[in-house]
Design a protein. Sequence first.
Length: 279
Amino acid sequence: MKQVFGVFGDPVGHSLSPAMHNAAFSALGMDCIYHAFRVTPEKLEKAILGAEAMGFGGLNLTVPLKEKALKLDFISPDPLAKRIGAVNTVVFGKSGEIQGYNTDGIGARQALLDSAVEITGSKIVVAGAGGAARAVAFQLAADGAEITVVNRTEERAVELAREISAAPLSGKIKGTGLSGLKELLRDADVLINTTTLGMHPNMDAAIATAEELHSDLTVFDIVYNPLETRLLREARAAGAKTISGVLMLVYQGAEAFKLWTGIEPPVELMKKTVVEALQ
Ligand code: ATR
């Protein structure tokens, strides 16, 4: 019988995870299927326990369930998920234990490494202070980067940096308002956009323009819909190196796949599948 995997969220109809994971299962000849399920926060507990009872192979959680999952007492979060404050991957253990992981930060790190970007000692500006920024900033600060979180609502950036720096880190982190962005960029090695600017249907917006960017910078936009964001176009016009959000999506998924199955998935095929679905 096919083993079922899934993503729970609301809305979840446009999720690219089913296409990406089903392509991997099929290429590896695994008798598995991955499906998207609309689950509201009120039903999260029942849905996860139901999936466990039905022998699901594993789950991803997306908006608006990631933070809530951390609070469910039957899920044991791993230390990183606990620190990030959100679970995006659920693993069902052999003896009935249910573990929660967060692979978003690992996905961002792998996207940078894939593009040969040095993390340790780099000056990285993270734009935005929501859930995605939290996962990315926590991981990269732990990896030894010098992070500045820049956000429209300055207090959120300051609070995020404060919380992250409460943990032992090899890097550094601070938070500031958007007005400081231009100056920070002059001296930065990497800009990571985690805001919703540029995301469908707000496609004309970008956190920075070509004049504010420079050719020694790597610009990583975690937005992947559209594939070509305004920020990536501005970055190319400035001669900067660019990284698409597709890579973070694929690598967070690949990490989840490994946690569920212990098998290395075909990331190139996953990338190709996601890009084709977005075109
Ligand atoms: P997620 O949890 O998915 O990362 P979120 O918590 O909704 O999403 O965060 C969205 C981010 O985009 C926030 O940092 C938000 O800034 P505020 O904290 O000031 O709201 C940022 N953002 C959204 N629209 C923006 C805009 N027009 N200009 C600048 N930043 C914006």
